[in-house]
Design a protein around this ligand. Structure first.
Ligand SMILES: Nc1nc2c(ncn2[C@@H]2O[C@H](COP(=O)(O)OP(=O)(O)OP(=O)(O)O)[C@@H](O)[C@H]2O)c(=O)[nH]1
Length: 320
C-alpha cells in the first residue's frame, strides 16, 4: 500500500469515527456557520449534515442562549483557549430529547459542552469545535442524591407531627438570634407557650385527638408568623418562637393575637368540638443575660407565672 493510500485510509477511518462516535461534534466558522455536524448531532436533532452545512447555528436553533453562547465562543476565538460549559451551569445547550430507558425521568438530555479553538494550517484560529457530551445519567444521579440529602436535612430539622422546627434545630436558630443581638444590638424576643390542661384533653378525648389539637395549634401559629420568625415545637405541648427585630411590647401584641386566635378557634374533628387555651411567656434579650440558656429560662419563668396566675394569658418576664 502506498503512503498516499495509507493516509487516505486513516482519513477515512477518522471520518467514520467522527460520524459514529457517541459524542456530538460541531465545527463552526467565525460567523457561526456550521462546517461539520456529526452523526450524534444528526440523530438527536433530526437535522442532517447536508441540510445544515454552511447555515448559521443560531438561525437554525433559535432556542439557543445566543447572546451568552456567542460571547463564550468569541472569547474562545480571541483568547485561543478552550471553554467548558457544565450541565450544572446550564442543563443543556441543545434541547435534545432524552430517550434513555434508565434515566427516562429526564425529559431532555443533560449536556457538558467543550468549545475548542481549531487552528488552520497557518496557525490562525479560524474555526471552533463544539464537543457535546450526554451526561444525563450522571446529572440525574447527582440530582437524585441532592434531593435525598435535602429531604434528609429537612427531616432532621423538622418535628414530624407539626412540621415546625424540632427542638434541636429551633435551639440553633435561637442561638443564632442571640449572637446576632450581641453583635448588632437589635431588639429580639422569645415567646414560649404551652397548651393549658392538655392532660385533660388526652384523658377526655384520647391521644389521637390530643395529637390533632397539637397540629391545630401549630397551624394557627404558622398563620401568625412572619418570614423572619423562627417557630419550633419545643416539647410535647410546648412551643417556642423567636421574633427577630421585635421588642417585648411588640412581642406581647403578637402573643395576645395568637392567644385570642387559639381561644376563639375550636378544633372540630369528626363529631367533636374541642376548645383549648394557651399560656404564654415572653422575654426580650436584656443586657444581663449572659447566654441563650438564660434567655430561655427567663421566658419559661414568665410562662410559669402565666400558668400560676390563672392560665390563658400572656406574661412578660420581669427581673426580680
Ligand atoms: N397527645 C399527645 N400528648 C402529649 C404529647 N406530648 C405530651 N403530651 C401530653 O401532654 C400532657 C402534659 O401534661 P402536663 O405537663 O401535666 O400539663 P397540662 O395538663 O397541660 O397542664 P398545664 O400545663 O399546667 O396547664 C401529658 O399528659 C403528656 O402525656 C403528644 O405529642 N401528643
Amino acid at each position: 500500500m502506498s503512503h498516499d493510500q495509507s493516509a487516505m485510509n486513516e482519513l477515512h477511518w477518522l471520518i467514520d469515527m467522527v460520524q459514529t462516535i457517541e459524542v456530538g461534534l460541531v465545527v463552526l466558522d467565525k460567523n457561526f456557520n456550521i462546517q461539520l455536524w456529526n452523526g450524534f448531532m444528526e440523530n438527536h436533532s433530526g437535522v442532517s449534515p447536508n441540510s445544515i452545512k454552511d447555515k448559521n447555528l443560531f438561525e437554525q436553533f433559535d432556542d439557543l442562549p445566543s447572546t451568552w453562547l456567542k460571547q463564550k465562543m468569541e472569547s474562545v476565538f480571541l483568547l485561543k483557549n478552550r471553554a467548558f460549559i457544565s450541565w450544572e451551569q446550564r442543563p443543556y445547550i441543545f434541547k435534545f430529547k432524552n430517550y434513555r430507558p434508565i434515566t427516562g425521568r429526564a425529559d431532555f438530555m443533560y449536556q457538558n459542552v467543550t468549545l475548542l479553538p481549531l487552528s488552520s494550517l497557518t496557525g490562525q484560529i479560524t474555526h471552533i469545535s463544539m464537543i457535546v457530551y450526554d451526561v444525563t445519567d450522571v446529572a440525574i444521579n447527582r440530582l437524585q442524591l441532592k434531593g435525598a440529602n435535602e429531604r434528609l436535612e429537612y427531616l432532621s430539622q423538622t418535628d414530624g407531627l407539626t412540621q415546625l422546627h424540632n427542638r434541636r434545630h429551633w435551639q440553633q436558630c435561637m442561638q443564632r438570634e442571640f449572637d446576632r443581638h450581641a453583635r448588632y444590638g437589635d431588639e429580639t424576643s422569645l415567646v414560649m407557650f404551652d397548651i393549658d390542661d392538655f392532660k385533660k384533653v388526652n384523658d377526655n378525648y384520647g391521644h389521637t385527638i390530643g395529637d390533632k389539637v397539637i397540629q391545630h395549634i401549630s397551624h394557627l401559629l404558622k398563620q401568625s408568623l412572619r418570614e423572619t420568625d423562627c417557630a419550633g415545637r419545643y416539647g410535647g405541648e410546648e412551643f417556642s418562637v423567636v421574633l427577630a427585630k421585635t421588642s417585648a411590647t411588640d412581642a406581647l401584641q403578637f402573643a395576645e393575637r395568637l392567644r385570642k386566635k387559639i381561644e376563639e378557634t375550636a378544633l372540630v374533628y369528626e363529631d367533636q368540638t374541642i376548645n383549648v387555651t394557651v399560656s404564654i411567656g415572653i422575654c426580650d434579650i436584656q443586657d444581663e443575660l449572659e447566654n441563650s440558656g438564660q434567655w430561655l429560662n427567663c421566658a419559661d419563668e414568665a410562662l410559669y407565672t402565666a400558668k400560676d396566675t390563672g392560665r390563658n394569658k400572656c406574661v412578660i418576664y420581669k427581673q426580680k
